[in-house]
Write a protein that binds this ligand. Structure first.
Ligand code: ZN
Length: 255
């Protein structure tokens, strides 16, 4: 590579990357972002050779090899959480292993006494899976139905990869309807064909729980207070449905 080419690629002319360099900083941030990636993979992302990546990383005192990150597992024998290397888990899964035990003793106990192992499950997992799969209930609702703490259910469902993930398209549409038209849960869920719970969840997540007021409540209250008009007259004056006016006035009384 010629010196000019080096310069255009953003490197120092002395053939050794410096940490102040913009490219070097990019490599470092990518390394932190993807601890499981190899140097070659990082280089491919930034269009740099893996040797440059290695040199920058050694200068920055960062690992130059793909890290074998530990994963948290739950022991199928006693329920304790333990850590195991990602690669080992992958290897064991490839071999067909489905259950993981935190040590050999636990493994033997569970294998020799499968009945005991089965009795150890405190909750009816299949009921939880069914409620999630068939009715798509949230963990709070399932918990109330079965009398299990919500956090436990969330944990169980997470292990089975049954977390409810709302599609981004739905999220955007719900937010749009709420922002532009100020609709309520029921109307949005009817229009989009999503459950009310899902709509409420999305709105809560996007901090849109407070509805934009369609009518000016202040004016209604003012007319009632100052002129003591009836509901029908206020409604006719402002062009609001009668029931809405009475609802607004009722709300004020409650407050
Ligand atoms: Zn164990």
């Amino acid at each position: 590579m010629s010196q000019d080419k080096m310069k255009t690629r953003g490197f120092d002319s002395k053939c050794s990357p410096k940490l102040g360099n913009e490219r070097a900083q990019q490599i470092i941030t990518k390394r932190r972002q993807f601890p499981g990636a190899s140097n070659a993979e990082l280089g491919r992302r930034l269009n740099i050779s893996r040797e440059w990546v290695r040199q920058v990383l050694t200068q920055a005192n960062l690992p130059t090899r793909a890290q074998n990150k530990n994963c948290e597992l739950v022991c199928d024998g006693c329920g304790i959480t333990f850590r195991r290397g990602k690669k080992l888990i992958k290897y064991q899964r490839a071999k067909g292993q489905e259950r993981f035990y935190h040590n050999k003793k636990c493994y033997l106990r569970s294998r020799l006494n499968p009945l005991k192992y089965k009795a150890k499950r405190k909750w009816d997992y299949n009921a939880i899976y069914q409620l999630r799969n068939k009715k798509n209930w949230g963990s709070v609702r399932i918990g109330r139905e079965l009398g299990i703490p919500t956090a436990t259910i969330a944990c169980i469902l997470k292990k089975k990869n049954l977390t409810r993930e709302y599609k981004k398209r739905d999220c955007n549409e719900v937010c749009k309807l709420r922002k532009e038209k100020g609709w309520g849960y029921a109307k949005i869920s009817e229009r989009l064909g999503i459950t009310k719970d899902a709509v409420a969840y999305i709105l809560k997540k996007s901090k849109l729980t407070k509805r934009r007021k369609k009518w000016d409540h202040e004016v209604v209250w003012k007319l009632r207070r100052e002129k003591n008009w009836g509901t029908v007259r206020i409604a006719r004056e402002l062009g609001i449905p009668d029931s809405t006016v009475s609802f607004i006035l009722k709300k004020e009384n409650a407050q």
